[in-house]
Write a protein that binds this ligand. Sequence first.
Ligand code: ADP
Ligand code: MG
Ligand code: MG
Length: 892
Amino acid sequence: DHPDQKFVYDFTEGNRDLKDLLGGKGANLAEMTNLGLPVPPGFTITTEACRVYLDSGEEPTALRDEVSAHLDALERHMGKKLGQTDDPLLVSVRSGAKFSMPGMMDTVLNIGLSDDSVAGLARQAGDERFAWDSYRRLIQMFGKTVLGIDGDLFEEALEEAKTAKKVAVDTDLDAADLQKLVKQFKKIVKNHAGRDFPQDAREQMDLAVTAVFDSWNGDRAKLYRRQERIPGDLGTAVNICSMVFGNLGPDSGTGVAFTRDPASGQQGVYGDYLQNAQGEDVVAGIRNTVPLAELEKIDKASYDQLMQIMETLENHYRDLCDIEFTIERGRLWMLQTRVGKRTAGAAFRIATQLVDQGLIDEAEALQRVTGAQLAQLMFPRFDEEAEVELLGRGIAASPGAAVGKAVFDSYTAIKWSRSGEKVILIRRETNPDDLDGMIAAEGILTSRGGKTSHAAVVARGMGKTCVCGAEELEVDTKRRRLSVGTTVVEEGDVVSIDGSTGKVYLGEVPVVPPPVVEYFEGRMHAGADDADELVAAVHRIMAYADRVRRLRVRANADNAEDALRARRFGAQGIGLCRTEHMFLGERREMVEKLILADTDAERTAALDQLLPLQRQDFIELFEAMDGLPVTVRLLDPPLHEFLPDITELSVRVALAESREDHNENDLRLLQAVHRLHEQNPMLGLRGVRLGLVIPGLFGMQVRAIAEAAAARKDAKGDPRAEIMIPLVGTVQELEIVRDEAEQVIAEVEAATGARLKLALGTMIELPRAALTAGQIAEAAEFFSFGTNDLTQTVWGFSRDDVEASFFTAYLEKGIFGVSPFETIDKDGVGALVRSAVAAGRATRPGLKLGVCGEHGGDPESVHFFHEVGLDYVSCSPFRIPVARLEAGRAAA
Ligand code: ADP
Ligand code: MG
Ligand code: MG
């Protein structure tokens, strides 16, 4: 059925590039073997064999023979047969997918032992105790992972044996104790699996292989894959590896190590070692391990060899590696290696260290860090020096450090935050009704739910700190309190939550700005002393990124203060200045007058009042961004947003009526509110439609921009304003607005004598605009893709509503890997962007293309925008370094 397929690879046949086929563990075992490192011989069954099994329910027929052939070869090489009575070859059966995946089957060691061969092993090793220890381990692991028996049953029996003997650790049990334990373990198997522990070595091996295949579809494995967005159809490889023994006495042992510190990146000796132990003992904490450096005293030769191998591996993989090793009677064996996980800070340090060592170049260094890691380094954090009282720990769901008074319902969260209090919203779990409370809170803490719970998803979407699933915390929303043991937190008590570690503290933990932010703010320089090592590394990586990137990075900023910060963070202009913010506060009254105007004269009067204020805003903004482009978007939101709330106003009017105290203005306002009320304001009278319906509104804005530019020129500045028309759906809209704008600009130029060179362009944020981009480009000098609105209109859902309602369900069902508002939907929204780019440039080759909105600062989306050939991305000031880095990574 699969005649040409090769399902089994000897360790000597594979290499590290075959991770898809051999899994990470198998590919790296092969790589080490071929590097000449001491790896116990073995072979790998491919992920392809697993896929056939998962698809058809049957292992490919050729597999059995192929495994037999490789087993034969292994037996010949080792000079003994699997399970051979007088001198058994033992193997481990180890799962190993392309991505390491908790929740899949663990490894089974010592396969090949039986009632008969255990004696042979004892004789060969000259150690009874060792043989029985190995056998009891086999039954325990096999029983638990292959036969699915509750592991506690074995653990309890082991504990009882130790208690009966009044000893503390397993190494104090002698051969007779272990032999007794084996008997008990076999009984457990018989009682709970309904079968005897298999005595046939090959049957043990085959059952273990099938169990590894099956574990691919275990519940925890599936959940993990969904969370980490690992495809569900990859399958796992299985490694059959001849056993080496760390449990052969004090001159044996097992350990784990990193080639450098995964927390700081520092080079040195990092790891743990445990004498007379096997496999997982080191990490399982059954006995106290010693730091790896101690191995030098225990076994200098092995230690030196290990150091040598670690250097070989680092030079070969050109990266930090983690390793598993075992020493069998003074002989060192390598059992696993892979490029190791590291903290965000270590990633930056290691990347630059490797450049200095000449192991990687700058382009490669850029691939060794991510924007997400940089973002992590920029989150505010708690002062590490501070004295803290830990309340408990949950899941780090959305990073950041938040401090506030404990509140237990959304209503209180809103009420208190309105009066200027900082609050932490604490719930058992959140639901869509909590949305307003979540917005009002500094951070969110729940005692239930994981990384895809409502609280976690919504908080991440809002960029709000969140710790979820802190199960030790007893949340009592009725009595408005939280208890952990005897500690009680009442409503109003201050708590601090760390969304990067999941830790929850009682009281206020001081927050410090992280050094990387201090650096971007220009308050810290990339010096060479120790404290600044991280900053120096970030500085260098950013320089690499800036050197290679093609995309320019602009900021979304509405005022001079934000613009200046953005500039410090490296912004090369403003991609989106929202003018609606200039209509709020005290100016609301003037906007009301504008909306209520019955006559042209009234309207003109209102606009005349707004003009100088807008002009001054722009002067400040253009000054802050002198020499850099500033894209100003004309008024976008529906007018009712500038009017009072309909309910409040109705009540006010009704009360006034009852006192027979007529307020003409309020009445007119109320009428206007009713008139402007829309069922779907998002799809209503907004954007360019406002400009076309309210005479003079856009004209006033254009005049303010033009006059501000003229004023800056007069002051010897270099203003580079671009005027952007929102929500255009057809070129006709744009042409009308454009004619008016050009006339106004001409008037200002005539009046001031300045040549302004203001660019006029549009947002592409409606499907129709994207589909007719070729026509629209006739009237637009630039496009800025408004991917927030484009996502809403392409999918037909409103971000304000859906993120809290059905997105959690969609994420859980895997319909989205991630919210399309977070990462651009390449297939749908992205396809429209791509075709609009092509059509726009076909009409107007010099068309400038950018994107504004949340996606501009999202790593994956930035890569997409690079690939489709945009000129720039624009994002919030804090995301600028992330966008710069990712633009560099995309180009490198
Ligand atoms: P995991 O992926 O959980 O680390 P492994 O397959 O690496 O699982 O195995 C678990 C433990 O058993 C590790 O400590 C590993 O080093 C050890 N181990 C695996 N195979 C062998 C072997 N053939 N000889 C000795 N120890 C082994
Ligand atoms: Mg391992
Ligand atoms: Mg928009």
